[in-house]
Design a protein around this ligand. Sequence first.
Ligand code: SAM
Length: 286
Amino acid sequence: MADLWFSEYHVINSVKLGLNIKEILHTEETPFQKLEMYRNDTFGVFMTLDGFIQVTEKDEFVYHDMICHPALAVNPSIKKVLIIGGGDGGTAREVARYPHIETIDMVEIDGAVVEACKKYMPSTAGVFSKEPRLNLIIGDGLKFVEEAADGSYDLILVDSTDPAGPGEGLFTVQFYENCYRALKEDGILINQHECAFHPLDAEQMQKAHSKIKKVFPIAKVYGFNIPTYSTGYWYFGFASKKYDPITDLKAEEWEKFGLRTKYYNTDIHTGAFALPNYVKEVLEKA
Ligand code: SAM
């Protein structure tokens, strides 16, 4: 196996990224996507969908800290959470660390992702068997949000794939409008914002941001450094009906939760919203 490599192709950018494969754990064509799980000596078990790395045991903490904790530090009273996607369980695991959260609905389109992660990545998917507040629904997040009652969630976390395949609809104005409606008056939406380094990626970020801005009065973008995502730097959008992520940060209240996190802290929170100029330029044109 020493010479077997997983390669992630970004042909349009003339880039190929790779991880050595120590062990092939699972390969499956699900009704939605090609699901593969491998083991690498450095990154541990990793999952790919349609040829793109989604999660690795070694650096998942960055993504899952950053999708979840910033919103809870802005509104520490969040009680009802909806996760769209997130089949590896990492986002639900982080949300479940707050004892005061009452319900966590999670809508993942592909049950095969959940099953494979339960088997091979218990560090994230362990949450599915031990969290009574977690209500896992196998279905399309797009449709779920369309049918959700008005004002039913404090927080929606979109832990989706890129804007292609089953994740495509999660990057549309219609979806963001439905999220807006399904959120309470002080609701927060966190969603994938891709990266901005290569022109095509920048275009995707710009499109996502321009659509969100049409729907939410407050729409900001924040970044984090994650080794196994293309370019090593990735972004989430923070959209809200009421809260500014910097001026409404409640650092002391969040620190009182006493959570030990490996990436997130309230200094990182502020720093993450400070964007490089090339990213600012992309967003200013949105
Ligand atoms: N951290 C990852 C990344 O950005 O590389 C994403 C995590 S992966 C668990 C995203 C999940 O979103 C996948 O399991 C996929 O099946 C799910 N997904 C994609 N489109 C969806 C949709 N329309 N509704 C619900 N889940 C969806």
